[in-house]
Design a protein around this ligand. Structure first.
Ligand code: SF4
Length: 119
């Protein structure tokens, strides 16, 4: 038996799941069962971070994946952003990297940032 705290809504049910049968208890709705099964068999996370933005009024641009990526690659994905640089201007929702880390997810900007006037 494994236990997860469901994060699909603020209620935060503690969901127990049988690793063999995938039967769940503790979830107050079907979404909790789905969440526990996903966490057990294919855990994913949405990556949020920042990257350097050049010629801009601020130094870093917040970014995120537009859908969850496999949890085992989240750490490598975060490291990949360490050296990444983008160029201003950038707008909210702009795709910065398609199929980020070979996944179905795109890396997108989550803030509009203008170009520096002297740049
Ligand atoms: S099981 Fe349902 S009610 Fe409970 S936290 Fe998950 S989504 Fe919310």
């Amino acid at each position: 038996m494994k236990q997860f705290v469901c994060i699909r809504c603020p209620r935060g049910c503690r969901v127990q799941i049988d690793e063999t049968t995938l039967e769940t208890t503790g979830n107050s709705c079907p979404r909790g069962a789905e969440y526990a099964k996903d966490e057990l068999t294919n855990p994913t996370r949405t990556l949020t971070s920042t990257v350097i933005v050049e010629n801009a009024v601020i130094r870093r641009c917040p970014v995120k994946t537009d859908r969850p990526i496999p949890k085992p690659i989240v750490e490598d994905a975060a490291k990949a952003l360490d050296g990444m640089k983008i160029e201003a201007p950038v707008r909210t929702g702009q795709i910065l990297v398609e199929h980020f880390m070979g996944t179905e997810a795109n890396l997108v900007a989550t803030r509009t940032i203008g170009k520096r006037e002297d740049a």
